[in-house]
Design a protein around this ligand. Structure first.
Ligand code: AMO
Length: 467
């Protein structure tokens, strides 16, 4: 909260994060709001643990300090009801500690002089907000609005926001500007099989599967360095821990640059994000690791990845997988199971550059002259992986319209069908390169999550379009 400018609102003068660090507030009257996490005591005295998005604080209510009706309404409130409390901040009475035990740091509470229930919570709650019992992912996602109130889940979404903030700030510091491309499109840039069709007035249209074409057109329009954080829609049949039908893609495109240049941008960005997180956001891992420990899981650690990341060319990856007993031939796709074998040797982030041209989209630039071990044409397309999971794919793009048309003919496609794409290249085009990063996949690494759904607010997969 330290870098946040706080203004009181119609409902509260302070947030609970401020109260919990409230040495300078002792003796002052405040109004705070929050969810009633726990209520203790009936009769003349009771305590409420109140929680908002910034922290927790205890409220002390005593008959005589506030009206009997107010005291009664709070004592009858169910857990997770929202409360508004006015009172004076006081130092909490320190708990008794045994001889030789360290004294806990001072803590603060609000001694209520007035209290209101803003909205009562129905009972029973469909899931316990403070429970550490295992709750299956489907139940959690069905009741995501409550699941998000759980401290470790909340912390992951705060981390997500920080990752995007630090990613943006890094790119801006390297001269990139943010764009927004249309999500309603007329034709596919990534291949036509996984598009969601929609009706656009009298014309058929689709939901965009990638900003690919539009980020390139921005470069052709002279914007030099652009990035976009936005949704991508894929009508894929996949139903895995790492695929969704709507995901947020973090894309860049850079003029006068090749594949190696944009790999450099990517590794510097990830290094910057990890460094900022480990300097400023480690408190967010406390609830995450507390929860993990309650589930018998190892804590997650944030180790700033050193750069440059290893580069394991496609050729070398095939040889390494074969050496480790994996069943693969040159020209095959590298599966997650194959990546496990590579990750044995390269734990952490590693690039897989120089894929065969025929495995990459027509817009990827070929590698001049040098051919692969089999004499096949190599490309300037690459992936970034962490362990078994692909985080990013990208590459240098072909900027010459004649070669784009040739690439399409080589793939037995008709260039006339791709005029929507190639037309933008007909009037001079800078050589350029870029990548697309799956935000949830990167967060999965940072938070130690085993499913992208954990860090997607309201996931959309084959069986879920609600809530
Ligand atoms: P690609 O299709 O590889 O490349 O997507 C880029 C990155 O987006 C993430 N991703 C997904 N995340 C969740 N669910 C999905 N169904 C899903 N599909 C992809 C992955 C992947 O690495 N236009 C190119 C990028 C470029 O060349 O600039 C593209 O879209 O993390």
């Amino acid at each position: 909260m330290s870098d946040v400018t706080w203004h009181p609102t119609a409902y509260r003068t302070h947030n609970l994060g401020q109260i919990s660090e409230g040495a300078d507030l002792v003796g002052k009257e405040v109004t705070v709001c929050g969810f009633a996490e726990a209520l203790r005591g009936k009769g003349k005295i009771c305590f409420v643990d109140l929680r908002d998005g910034t922290g927790r604080a205890q409220v002390f209510l005593k008959q005589g300090n506030l009206s009997d009706e107010e005291l009664e309404s709070i004592q009858n409130a169910s857990r997770e009801s929202t409360l508004q409390i006015t009172g004076v901040v006081a130092l909490k009475r320190p708990p008794k500690v045994a001889d030789g035990e360290p004294t806990p740091p001072p803590a603060y509470e609000v001694v209520a002089s007035s209290a209101q229930v803003l909205a009562g919570a129905q009972t029973p709650l469909p899931l316990g907000v403070t429970d550490t019992v295992h709750i299956d992912l489907n139940t959690r996602l069905n009741n995501r609005y409550l699941d998000l109130r759980r401290s470790h889940v909340n912390a992951m979404f705060q981390l997500r926001s920080r990752v995007l903030q630090y990613g943006r700030e890094f790119l801006i510091s390297e001269g990139f500007g943010e764009i927004n491309s249309p999500k309603i499109i007329a034709a596919a840039a990534e291949g036509g099989t996984n598009l969601f069709p929609m009706q656009y007035f009298d014309t058929p249209a689709y939901l965009s599967q990638s900003p690919q074409l539009y980020k390139q057109l921005s470069i052709l329009g002279g914007l030099d360095r652009v990035f976009e954080v936005g949704p991508a829609f894929r009508a894929e049949e996949h139903d895995t821990y790492r695929h969704l039908n709507e995901f947020i893609s973090f894309d860049i495109e850079m003029a006068w640059a090749d594949d190696e240049d944009v790999m450099g941008v990517l590794e510097r960005m990830i290094n910057h994000v990890w460094a900022k997180i480990s300097k400023q956001e480690m408190h967010l891992f406390e609830p995450i690791n507390e929860f993990r420990s309650s589930q018998g899981k190892e804590p997650v650690e944030v180790v700033i990845p050193s750069i440059p990341f290893p580069r394991v060319s496609y050729d070398d990856a095939i040889a390494l997988i074969q050496k480790k007993g994996g069943d693969i031939n040159w020209g095959d796709d590298i599966s997650a199971a194959h990546c496990d074998l590579i990750a044995d040797e390269y734990p952490g982030f590693y690039f897989l550059p120089r894929w065969p041209m025929e495995m990459k989209p027509f817009y990827i630039h070929h590698v001049k002259g040098e051919n692969g071990t089999t004499g096949e044409q190599l490309s300037r397309g690459f992936d970034l992986n962490y362990g078994r999971d692909e985080m990013t794919s990208g590459g240098q793009r072909e900027h010459r319209w004649e070669i784009l048309e040739q690439n399409l003919r080589d793939m037995e496609l008709d260039p006339a069908d791709f005029d929507f794409y190639i037309d933008g290249f007909r009037y001079g085009a800078p050589p350029h390169a870029g990548w697309g990063l799956g935000v949830a996949r990167l967060l999965m690494v940072l938070c130690g999550a085993s499913n992208v759904r954990e860090i997607v607010l309201f996931p959309r997969d084959r069986s879920r379009v609600t809530p």
